[in-house]
Design a binder for this molecule. Structure first.
Ligand code: M6R
Length: 602
């Protein structure tokens, strides 16, 4: 998704912008650009594709002295990924960058065109800069013109605007898309998340929806619908090490390997000897709650689906799961005995955020399970449990899924404990299993080597079916999503027992079936389902602790004492399987085509 950076001060601006944009690469983008105003000089560079193209274009340029600057990585929404559509967009004497969607841009654009304004791009963003310049003709200051512009916009946006009519000022506004302001002495920074400014700014302020204002050397003035606003800065973290690749080929690979460590973090202080504790939740948080509704997208949705089995089986609480983008428009019936849970790695997913806002408007109590503190979803929720996975840079989510699922397993036990639906004995057994999870997640050299060797046989075919039952069905969905995201091969997740109701018609030797066959859960049932496929000549890769003689390929897993341990071990296998196939196919695993890390548009 689009990323924004901005800098105001005396330091070299080009490098600050390009480095900042580099830190936002993980969000996904297809073009990038920067604009700088130094006194009466104005510079603008844009390039499609990767940032190295922009670096090449800016090679001969270096900024000098005080100036204002903005930069952007664009993930196309309105208009193709071309240089003309890349940000910053130019008016006659001003530049704008924007993340989000201006819903009423067409109407504004038509008005401006009727006034004779010529649009160069197909974007919604360009309307902002032209509207600003129109307002600037009549208002008595550039800020008044900016304020009037912002008041006219509908939709989600984070935007920065610089103009020759105020060459010492950056104008900013945020509504629905993330943006923060960094501070270090007189230097002011802007960014979509804090990674671009770590090591540069010392303090930060996370803008709230509806806030806007301007920054000059050493000062920031903030406003909202009510007028001028005071704000409190907070210290900015300095920990950037976790954002490096540590010698792995891809961030995704590194993130798969570090799952065992982050899982310990997720459990720390929460999984105790005989109980589960969440300091984040008031003791009476679950009072009056008799049902749970979970909304999420993509991988987060799969962890939600997994948890529905756990909430009902362990905590005996009814649990429904919905894809956030579907939930938004179905006019759902919501009752206030329902706890509304959102799950999100980024905390910025527009569909999930909007679902949460709907639930809040209906008066539901809300809880978010999220990896990013201070994100929009966390701030919008009544309570939040952080997954503590650390920065996840690979677009294909791995450790976020593992930690989300762990938090949800813990939460199911916590609710069972609170509502006394679980015996001490079962609680103890679950906790014992939980504490073994980090060990299960260790990637051994042997396993990785095996998947590397085996991957070469799975680079073609007419499709993959990942099949499983019970909690292994959402894991099958997740395994298929991982593979299709980074390999671009067609893959589906299916409940194993449902294959015979249609998809088995596809079975032949070129149909690859990845069968999740846990020993501790419905083994005989899934075995029969796989036998049915094998009888129709489908190629079977079985993942199981029990040798399966009809398998064409077989990965033997080690832990079979608890379904969740089998779940996590098989999860790692499917992640490595997707990774190795995709690397063999020569794909950019961390930034797969057409995908964005954080989907902040509908
Ligand atoms: O940040 P979120 O968890 O809300 O993101 C939801 C999905 O966009 C995300 O899980 C997506 O499906 C990933 N690319 C999966 O690998």
């Amino acid at each position: 998704m689009c990323g924004i950076v901005g800098y105001l001060g005396k330091k070299e601006k080009k490098e600050i912008l390009l480095d900042g944009l580099q830190e936002l690469e993980y969000r996904g983008y297809d073009s990038a650009g920067i604009a700088i105003i130094e006194g009466d000089k104005l510079y603008n560079f844009k390039a499609i594709g990767k940032l190295k193209n922009l670096r090449e274009k800016t090679k001969a340029y270096e900024s000098e002295g005080f100036g204002i600057s903005i930069g952007h990585t664009r993930w196309a929404t309105h208009g193709k990924p071309t240089e003309l559509n890349a940000h910053p967009h130019l008016g006659a004497y001003s530049y704008v960058v924007h993340n989000g969607i201006i819903e009423n841009y067409q109407e504004i654009k038509e008005e401006l065109q009727a006034d004779g304004v010529n649009f160069l791009s197909q974007t919604d963003t360009e309307t902002i800069v032209h509207l600003f310049e129109k307002n600037n003709k009549y208002e008595n200051s550039a800020f008044a013109a900016f304020e009037k512009t912002i008041q006219r916009l509908r939709g989600a946006y984070a935007t920065l605007l610089i103009t020759e009519s105020a060459p010492d000022t950056i104008f900013f506004a945020k509504n629905g898309s993330p943006m923060l302001i960094g501070f270090n002495g007189d230097d002011i920074y802007f960014a979509s998340s804090d990674t671009p400014i770590i090591g540069k700014a010392t303090e930060v302020y996370y803008l709230e929806d509806g806030e806007y204002g301007y920054a000059k050397e050493g000062e920031v003035k903030l406003f909202d619908g009510q007028g001028k606003k005071n704000f409190t800065k907070q210290a900015l973290t300095t920990d950037k090490i976790s954002a490096q690749k540590d010698g792995y080929r891809f961030f995704m690979e590194k993130e798969i390997y570090e799952q065992n460590h982050v899982m310990s973090e997720t459990m720390m202080g929460r999984v105790l000897d005989n109980s589960i504790e969440f300091n984040e939740l008031d003791a009476n948080f679950f009072d009056g709650i008799s049902a749970i509704k979970i909304c999420a997208c993509g991988t987060s949705y799969h962890s939600a689906l997994t948890s529905a089995y756990l909430f009902e089986r362990i905590a005996k609480v009814r649990c429904d799961v919905e894809i956030a983008s579907e939930f938004r428009y179905k006019e759902p019936l919501l009752t206030d005995d329902t706890l509304f849970i959102t799950i999100s790695q980024s905390g910025e997913t527009a569909d999930t955020l909007e679902a949460l806002k709907m639930a809040k408007r209906a008066g539901l109590k809300s809880l978010s399970i999220c990896n990013v503190d201070n994100s929009s979803i966390v701030r919008e929720s009544d309570a939040a449990i952080l997954t503590r996975a650390g920065i996840e840079k690979g677009v294909a989510s791995t450790k976020a899924f593992a930690t989300q699922t762990m938090v949800l397993w813990m939460l199911a036990l916590y609710v069972g404990q609170k509502q006394k639906t679980i015996s001490d004995e079962i609680l103890k057994r679950e906790i014992d299993a939980m504490l073994q999870t980090p060990k299960v997640l260790i990637v051994t050299e042997k396993l990785h080597a095996k998947l590397y060797r085996l991957s070469k046989r799975y680079l073609h075919g007419h499709g993959f079916f990942f099949i499983g039952r019970d909690i292994f069905f959402p894991l099958a969905l997740e395994g298929a999503l991982k593979l299709k995201e980074i390999s671009y091969l067609h893959a589906e997740g299916y409940p194993a027992g449902e294959m015979k109701h249609g998809p088995i018609a596809l079975a032949d030797s070129e149909l690859f079936t990845i069968a999740l066959m846990p020993k501790s859960m419905h083994y005989d049932k899934i075995k029969s389902n796989v036998e049915e496929l094998s009888a129709r000549d489908a190629t079977i890769l079985a993942i199981s602790p029990k040798p399966f003689e009809l398998a064409d390929d077989f990965i033997q897993t080690a832990y079979d004492s608890h379904p969740m341990l089998e779940f996590f071990e098989m999860m790692v296998v499917t992640q490595l399987f997707a990774l190795e196939i995709s690397i063999r196919l020569g794909n950019d695993v961390d930034m797969p085509r057409n995908l964005a890390k954080s989907v902040t548009v509908e």
